[in-house]
Design a binder for this molecule. Structure first.
Ligand code: AMP
Ligand code: ZN
Length: 298
């Protein structure tokens, strides 16, 4: 197994595990580099760095790349990862606060739609108003499981929460180009997450990547469980041809028995060591440029 995972979520957004539990699991699975990519928040990054410090052992040093994941586009399906983000960047923090408020309002609308369908989710089963956590559909899906309305989180999406299903409520998102630019300004290296999830034909995907690259996109998440072997070959070739960084991650959320497992990357990432080194070098260069007052790539 490849000992890195560059896309994991914690309970600071819609994941289940605390930073401590994520680090302990990484240790158990002999993973030595994790990127924490919580949705729309950087609040978990400091606790994650501290947890990694605490779990380090002489023969196992866990490195955590600070990151986040922004949902973009009209349907929110195009996700942009920002590796090496500066978690204290004022403009980014203001944008994330606004996103969290939109998520709160939308969570209330989903609860109301489900109530009309006959499922009453007790308010204290979702993150409380006082919490800063960005409320997402996975929180609502887990509440439906707890209620006994469905057996699994996946079933909750398939029946009620996925696009076109009766309790689906869209969220107004920034454009992908805007996300790439905002991330650059916050010192991050932007990468297009799980490109196959955008649901585009090859030519349209190439055009999206080209447009985003013009705005400052630097990487492509080629090795993600959503991509078939064939798609991975094409994405890998596209990334290298375009001079983009190649990344990979499981998108682990911590739900028992569902979706990605920590470190669960699709096979075939032979160049992972060189690709990780290139990503780390880009992150370092962006941090240096930030210290000198200019975001890298601007
Ligand atoms: P949200 O940002 O609140 O719209 O939730 C998006 C998250 O829900 C994604 O990052 C996935 O983790 C999960 N998700 C979205 N669509 C599905 C689906 N069809 N099946 C399972 N999980 C999904
Ligand atoms: Zn995503």
């Amino acid at each position: 197994m490849i000992p890195i995972d560059l896309h994991v979520h914690s309970a600071y957004s819609d994941g289940v595990l605390s930073p401590e539990a994520l680090c302990a699991l990484a240790l158990k699975q002999r993973i030595y580099t994790l990127a924490l990519c919580d949705h729309d928040t950087v609040d978990g990054l400091a606790p994650m760095a501290e947890a990694a410090q605490r779990c380090n052992r002489p023969l196992h040093r866990l490195t955590v790349i600070p990151a986040l994941e922004l949902s973009t586009g009209p349907d929110g399906r195009t996700h942009i990862l920002g590796y090496g983000v500066n978690p204290a960047h004022p403009a980014l923090l203001a944008a994330l606060q606004a996103l969290r408020e939109k998520r709160r309002a939308r969570s209330g609308q989903m609860v109301e739609a489900l109530r009309k369908l006959g499922f009453t989710i007790p308010p204290d089963w979702l993150p409380a108003d006082s919490e800063r956590m960005p409320v997402g559909r996975p929180h609502v899906a887990r509440a439906l499981v707890r209620l006994g309305a469905v057996n699994t989180v996946q079933q909750a999406f398939d029946r009620y929460l996925a696009e076109g299903k009766p309790a689906y409520v869209p969220l107004a998102h920034m454009t992908a180009t805007e996300a790439v630019k905002r991330l650059r300004l916050a010192g991050a290296i932007p990468a297009l997450a799980h490109p196959m999830r955008a649901g585009l034909e090859p030519q349209a995907l190439e055009a999206l990547v080209a447009a985003l690259q013009n705005a400052g996109l630097a990487g492509l998440e080629v090795y993600h469980p959503s991509a078939s072997r064939r798609a991975i070959r094409q994405l890998d070739a596209m990334a290298r041809r375009r001079g983009l960084l190649v990344t990979g991650g499981s998108d682990f959320h911590g739900d028992a028995g569902e979706r990605g497992k920590l470190g669960g990357l699709p096979p075939g990432w032979h160049a992972w060591q060189a690709d990780l080194a290139a990503l780390n070098a880009a992150v370092r260069a962006a941090a240096e440029a930030g210290k000198n007052g200019a975001p890298a790539g601007e």
